[in-house]
Design a protein around this ligand. Structure first.
Ligand code: HEM
Length: 480
């Protein structure tokens, strides 16, 4: 045996025990939740990350809930953390005013002064501006651009191909859509470089903030500088156009935010507007790409559901002229397709959970949560709970036939409360338009039936979901 082994074992036993006593002393007057903080800094982070990667996170939560109950403490990503399980816990985490978004050093440094890092009145103003930009009425205006991007992408990347990898294609498509909306026109040739830089930036958001060459954090920081440079130039151009009265449309994000500033709605500088554009771009493509990827994965194995979706989409197509773009009216008819998407979000939520930090001592179910501690709620805990969704492992879109019968806060793919995802209408619209064109043009088979997926931290099939494509003829199908 290695001579350092007994020492390491001793340390492994001693450190958590010592920490336990230190915490007990420090919070002697508190009724802390049960559980263990584990090793300092590391805590249960590696164990949870491992469970996410092997897609056993649901079991990971359940094992601990069985042991400690639905509220328990642990240590995640360097902070003491309380996991809370159940709809009431979701409501508490999403709505409590004394809980703020957890701001890691990586997020603060890479994303700058954005909606994710602001607080107080400034946060309210920025949140309301972003919500305004992504509200339904605005999304209907973006539909033409979405429709155009989607058709172009399919012609270029799907038509004529025998096999494609669905996951990277879905990511690229959702990235192109959000770019074309946020920037308006004029970034065509630099999209490629931006797409690569955004991938590097996203990878760095959960990294350790070690700024030495070749670390994820360092690469992310450099990518964010390059992105900022490009976006700053575009923002300044739009500002100059606006000042000279040349701006014809307020649909691009920069012009929209600059107009709101001139009306006194917020006081963000150009630099801040750039930071918020980076957040919308970052939040707005990987998540929807997961939904598209897993929709394709489920539909490959379920000809009945695919048949029903196709019927719905063909019916919509029959009312339109050839090559006529989809409108909001068309999307609002895609009710069944959206139920299938909701069931996909229930079974594979793109965001595995939400973290908040207590700004003062708070209490939940008789337990004290000290100031500075994190709280954490995981979506799969309620999404896969048989008390709310009967036979929860079954893929069954009909459970969304009557959505109002679901207890509040048990289905939370877009979060909830004042920080609920402002991009949900955007995500819904692009998902439905993408599915309209894909199901009408193609049938597909999984190249690898056994392909699993990991959460890294967003769910991704391990091989990127290679699928075999077959082109179908829409008119023939429509009249079958
Ligand atoms: C299926 C797709 C999507 C899912 C499942 C999703 C999920 C979520 C969730 C769960 C949150 C809240 C996190 C929390 O409370 O801890 C969130 C926040 C956010 N999402 Fe989405 N999202 C999606 C698409 C989008 C899109 C398309 C955009 C933009 C175009 C977007 C922009 C944002 C922004 C800016 C926030 C932060 C809100 C704030 O800080 O107040 N999301 N999203």
């Amino acid at each position: 045996m290695d001579s350092t082994m007994p020492f390491a074992l001793l340390l492994a036993l001693l450190v958590p025990t010592l920490l336990h006593f230190v915490i007990r002393r420090k919070y002697s007057s508190y009724n802390l939740p049960p559980g263990s903080l584990g090793f300092p800094l590391i805590g249960q982070s590696i164990s949870l990350l491992r469970a996410l990667r092997s897609n056993t996170d649901y079991q990971w939560y359940q094992d601990r809930i069985k042991k400690y109950g639905p509220v328990f403490k642990m240590s995640l990503f360097g902070s003491p953390t309380v996991l809370m399980a159940g709809p009431a816990a979701n409501h508490f985490v999403f709505s409590n005013q004394d809980l703020i978004f957890t701001q890691t050093k990586a997020i603060n440094t890479i994303l700058g002064r954005s909606i994710l890092t602001l607080s107080g009145e400034e946060l309210k103003r920025v949140r309301s501006a972003l919500q305004g930009y992504l509200r339904l009425e605005m999304v209907t205006k973006y539909m033409r651009k979405m429709d155009e991007e989607i058709r172009m992408h399919i012609d270029l990347n799907w038509v004529g191909h025998k096999t494609v990898k669905a996951a990277p294609l879905a990511k690229r498509l959702t990235f192109d859509i959000i770019c074309s909306v946020i920037f308006g026109q004029g970034i065509g040739p630099i999209r490629e470089a931006l797409a690569t830089d955004f991938e590097t930036l996203v990878q760095a958001l959960l990294s350790l903030p070690v700024n030495i060459p070749f670390t994820k954090f360092n690469k992310g920081l450099r990518a964010s500088r390059r992105i900022r440079k490009v976006l700053r130039e575009i923002a300044r151009e739009r500002e100059a156009a606006l000042q000279q009265g040349h701006s014809s449309s307020a649909d691009d994000f920069f012009t929209y935010m600059l107009v709101l500033r001139s009306e006194g709605t917020h006081s963000l500088t150009v630099e801040d507007i750039v930071d918020n554009a980076i957040v919308i771009l970052t939040a707005g493509y990987g998540t929807t790409a997961v939904l598209i990827t897993f929709l394709l994965r489920y539909l490959a194995n379920d000809p009945d559901i695919l048949g029903k979706i196709t019927e719905e989409q063909e019916e919509i197509a029959r009312r339109k002229g050839p090559n006529e773009p989809l409108t909001w009216n068309d999307v609002s008819r895609m009710k069944y397709t959206w139920k299938v998407a909701l069931e996909t979000l229930r079974t594979v939520p793109p965001i595995f959970g939400s973290f908040r930090t207590a700004v003062k001592d708070i209490e939940y179910h008789g337990y004290h949560i000290p100031k500075g501690w994190q709280v954490f709620t995981a979506q799969s805990i309620t999404h896969l709970d048989g008390n709310f969704f009967s036979d929860p492992v079954k893929f069954d879109p009909t459970r969304f036939d009557n959505q109002t019968s679901l207890p509040p806060y048990c289905f939370v793919p877009f979060g909830g409360g004042p920080r609920m995802c402002p991009g949900n209408e955007f995500a819904r619209t692009e998902t439905l338009v993408i599915m309209h064109y894909l199901v009408r043009q193609f049938r597909w088979k999984l190249c690898c039936e056994e392909e699993g997926y990991r959460k890294d931290p967003v769910p991704i099939p391990v091989l990127g979901l290679p699928i075999e494509l077959e082109t179908r003829s829409p008119p023939e199908y429509a009249h079958a």
